[in-house]
Design a protein around this ligand. Structure first.
Ligand code: GLC
Ligand code: CA
Length: 545
């Protein structure tokens, strides 16, 4: 196998709590995953990325870890994990784990020790600072919950938390902490896992001293901090280089140039990075909380820049959604009954015929839409609930309006139970689920789509099968066509005399595409039963060889 095997792969992301409940308590788990491995394999993916499975008080559903070397009792135990890992391997699926090392839970034993005093072995595991004239060390806002500093009376100091209060940031400047993390990583790798997805890895290095007079935005100081590349090179040398594994870093807020530093072919750091430019094009007045549609011209500009920017020098991650994003079909397509299937297929072909490694988020392959929650009580996500209170309690946004914004943007849109069939609880569990089902489960579910050969599910299988081992998809050039067209996304891939033309109508209206329409006989993928030469119907997709 070539050394860059990850370039041939497609991943399936599992956010376990909502995937499949194997023991009937309303919570997805590793017993459920074990049963569904053949289904995952049947999609034509080559690996699984598990969002955190570790013990966690669930302030941020697993991204607040209280024990790095164990499995959350809700999800099973280490023995069950090993069974899942072995079976996945026997099916030819790789398994990568989430590595969340920017912060831990405040219930992690390291933090419980650290907060006791200024001089114990763990005192320096976190980022502690004195207040400034009886006030916070500086004016940074956390990304989730109030200010980024929390007071601790035992030490008479503040700790930094970029995310929730229950997620204190680790102090990467401390070599003892780094070694401890490297040992933990090796421990997992020795169990046979195939790599890591590294949570907010671009945030691990903070400036020292921490500036006192700042605005409220911590990103200019904490994203791509001063030592981040030194730490990642050290991590490669001490851990990663010793195994035949792959790594993908989550890097909010990075540019193409920075991505090359993290994951350039010769950077000696990671294999690829998740960037979020294409999912953040609606950010505006209320930050990410916007119900606006993504502007297609901008979307094309961004994806074109990443496709061509990383072509020779690094490798792209292809994704529309994950556990932090609303459902792809609702955000970039249209989830009305007449357009859901059409637009979900169009999105699939549009992105996964590009160069890079696809990451398909559970439920995306059946075109699951947002659940359209209507009351605050339905939400479980700390980020959404805090945002609601920030905006509504301060009078900036009126209640109804905020619920509309959340229904478009909340992370819980992606976190409702996977829809397996149209029986009790969508076949997810035999007990009431920990979070409400989405409204669509009777019509949109795996069982239904297995039976229907025109379903989104079968289309995903076709596209993934076509990609497999296809050098045109892996190495072909990417040329954007009609960059300024506000409705049509079209591009050409070329490799050794072979050519693939992809044309997508992102709008609900028919568009004239006479100038680029291919010979109908060359059409390989299509989401309508018939062809209307030169015209693209709503959300029509054509891919021609
Ligand atoms: C990442 C995770 C997200 C989490 C945050 C803090 O962005 O994907 O779910 O809340 O990091 O760990
Ligand atoms: Ca369970």
């Amino acid at each position: 196998m070539e050394k860059d095997w990850y370039k041939r792969m497609a991943f399936y992301q599992i956010w376990i709590r909502s995937f499949y409940d194997g023991n009937g308590d309303g919570i997805g788990d590793l017993y459920g995953v074990y049963e569904k491995l053949p289904y995952i394999k049947s999609l034509g993916v080559d690996g699984i990325w598990f969002s955190p499975l570790y013990p966690s008080p669930n302030a941020d559903y697993g991204y607040d870890i209280s024990d790095y070397k164990n499995i959350h009792p809700d999800y099973g135990d280490l023995e069950q994990f090993q069974k899942v890992l072995d079976k996945a391997h026997s099916l030819g699926l790789k398994v990568i784990m989430d590595l969340v090392v920017n912060h831990t839970s405040d219930e992690h034993p390291w933090f419980l020790e650290s907060k006791k005093s200024r001089d114990n072995p763990y005192s320096d595991y976190y980022i502690w600072r004195d207040g400034k004239n009886g006030k916070l060390p500086n004016n940074w806002d956390s990304l989730f919950e109030g200010k980024a500093w929390e007071y601790c009376p035992e030490r008479d100091q503040y700790y930094l938390h970029i995310f929730a209060k229950k997620q204190p940031d680790l102090n990467w400047q401390n070599p003892a902490l780094r070694d401890e993390i490297y040992r933990m990583m090796s421990w997992w790798l020795n169990k046979g896992i195939d790599g890591f997805r590294m949570d907010v890895i671009s945030l691990i290095s903070k400036p020292d001293p921490i500036p006192r007079d700042t605005g409220s935005d911590l990103s200019p100081y904490c994203i791509n901090g001063p030592q981040v590349h030194t730490y990642l090179k050290e991590m490669r040398e001490k851990v990663l280089a010793k195994y035949d594994i792959m790594t993908v870093g989550e890097c909010p807020g990075i540019t193409v140039q920075e991505a090359q530093k993290y994951a350039g072919t010769d950077s000696g750091e990671l294999n690829m990075v998740f960037q979020f430019e294409h999912t953040s094009l609606t950010d505006g007045k209320y930050g990410k909380w916007s119900a606006d549609r993504t502007d297609l011209v901008k979307l094309k500009e961004v994806l074109n820049r990443w496709q061509n920017g990383l072509r020779e020098t690094s490798w792209n991650c292809l994704f529309w959604g994950n556990h932090d994003q609303p459902r792809a079909v609702s955000k970039f397509g249209c989830d009305l009954p007449e357009y859901r299937v059409l637009s979900a297929k169009m999105l699939c072909a549009c992105l996964y015929l590009m160069q890079g490694t696809p990451y398909i988020y559970q439920g995306e392959e059946i075109g699951m839409p947002n659940p359209h929650f209507t009351s605050l009580e339905q939400y479980r996500d700390i980020e959404s609930i805090c945002a609601y209170h920030d905006f509504v309690d301060s009078g900036v946004v009126e209640k109804r309006m905020m619920l509309t914004l959340l229904a478009h943007t909340s992370r819980d849109n992606a976190r409702t139970p996977m829809q397996w069939n149209s029986r009790f609880c969508a076949g997810f569990s035999s007990a009431p689920p920990w979070i409400s089902l989405g409204y669509s489960w009777r019509a949109v579910n795996v069982e239904q789509e297995e039976k229907d050969e025109n379903s989104v599910l079968h289309f995903y299988r076709d596209i993934l099968a076509f990609r497999k081992g296809n050098p045109l998809i892996r190495y072909g050039t990417f040329e954007l066509l009609c960059a300024d067209d506000p409705h049509i996304f079209a591009y050409v891939r070329t490799y050794q005399g072979k050519r693939l033309l992809v044309i997508c109508n992102f709008s609900e209206k028919s568009q004239n595409a006479a100038a680029i329409y291919p010979n109908p006989e060359a059409i390989r993928f299509h989401n309508y039963p018939s062809i209307t030469p030169a015209v693209l119907r709503p959300f029509e997709l054509i891919a021609a060889l």
